[in-house]
Structure formats: structure tokens, C-alpha cells
Ligand binder design. Structure first.
Ligand SMILES: [Zn+2]
Length: 172
């Protein structure tokens, strides 16, 4: 990592640089980042993959079913907390009871692994499997900022625009 010298309030401070997205998640020490590969938490969708097309009739494709539900909720523009709760509920009721996997670092067989809501949210946002969800978050942020700004741009008594709060003044 690079160390960059910066000046703040007349004092020199050192800022340690790091990548925005670290691809060395296989390296268990010294890596950092918000994505699943940098987390110590178990993630079902990172651990398992969808079944191939030649799946035998009657066999269940838990991964595929989960992704289908997430995409359907994203299309309906459900909020992220609603989707996280739905994924958690489906996993707990229908997948976790018969789920087991071998931990990649310890080699230990883990039965009925807990997939917590933080880990679910991390996967939904950072995996890039569900780009609609990120678009939805960006839309929600802008929607909230614009609505919040909208409530404060006029002088309540005179009805005149408060110039310092007018969005056009941000570009000057
Ligand atoms: Zn994941």
C-alpha cells in the first residue's frame, strides 16, 4: 500500500492508500474491503452455484430458486431491507435445514450454516449478480436527497427561493 502525505489544518498527516475493490480475498491476511470475499461470514450464494441445465427432474436447485426470487423482487423495485428479510426467511425455512459445506480454510464440515442478514445484504450489493439492486439504491439515494432538498429551498414567509439552497447554485 502507498502512503500519501497530505496537509490538513496546517498539520501533515499520512494516509495509507488501499484499493477500492481488493481482489486478493484468497489471501487471508492483510486484505480488506466490503465485499463477501473479504468477510469472515458465511455466504450461501458465494459457497454454492446454480445447478446445470441437465438437472434431474425432481431435484431442487436452491441457488437458482433464491436468485429467481431476488430478481423478481428487484423487478418489483422492493427495498433492500425487504429483499434481505425475504432471502433470510427462505434460506432459514427451506435451505438451511439440509445445507452443509466444507469450510474452505479449516476443512471442517459445517452443517446447517447460519447466513446472517449482514452477509446477505453484502452479497446483494457487492456481488454484481444483481445489478438492478445497485441501480435501485442509487435511485433511492437521489430520490431522498431531492425530496429532502425540495422541503428547504423556499423562504416560508416570502415564497422567494433561498439562493444558497437552490440546486443551481451548487454548480457555480
Ligand atoms: Zn456472497
Amino acid at each position: 500500500m502507498d502512503v500519501v502525505n497530505n496537509s490538513y489544518m496546517g498539520e501533515s498527516i499520512e494516509i495509507e492508500g488501499a484499493p477500492a475493490y481488493d481482489i486478493s480475498g484468497w489471501n487471508v491476511s492483510g486484505s480488506c474491503g466490503p465485499q463477501c470475499s473479504m468477510s469472515a461470514n458465511y455466504c450461501f450464494l458465494c459457497t454454492f452455484r446454480e445447478e446445470s441445465d441437465d438437472i434431474t427432474d425432481g431435484e431442487e436447485d436452491d441457488c437458482g430458486a433464491l436468485k429467481t426470487m431476488i430478481r423478481a423482487l428487484a423487478r418489483e423495485k422492493k427495498e433492500i431491507p425487504t429483499i434481505v428479510n425475504s432471502v433470510y426467511s427462505l434460506y432459514e425455512k427451506h435451505i438451511r435445514p439440509q445445507c452443509e459445506y466444507t469450510h474452505p480454510l479449516t476443512g471442517v464440515l459445517v452443517k446447517k450454516p447460519k447466513w446472517n442478514k449482514n452477509s446477505i445484504q453484502t452479497h446483494l450489493i457487492y456481488s454484481r449478480e444483481f445489478p438492478d439492486l445497485f441501480d435501485s439504491i442509487v435511485e433511492q439515494v437521489f430520490h431522498t436527497v431531492i425530496n429532502s432538498q425540495q422541503q428547504r429551498v423556499m423562504n416560508k414567509n416570502t415564497g422567494a427561493v433561498l439562493e444558497d439552497r437552490d440546486a443551481r447554485s451548487w454548480t457555480q
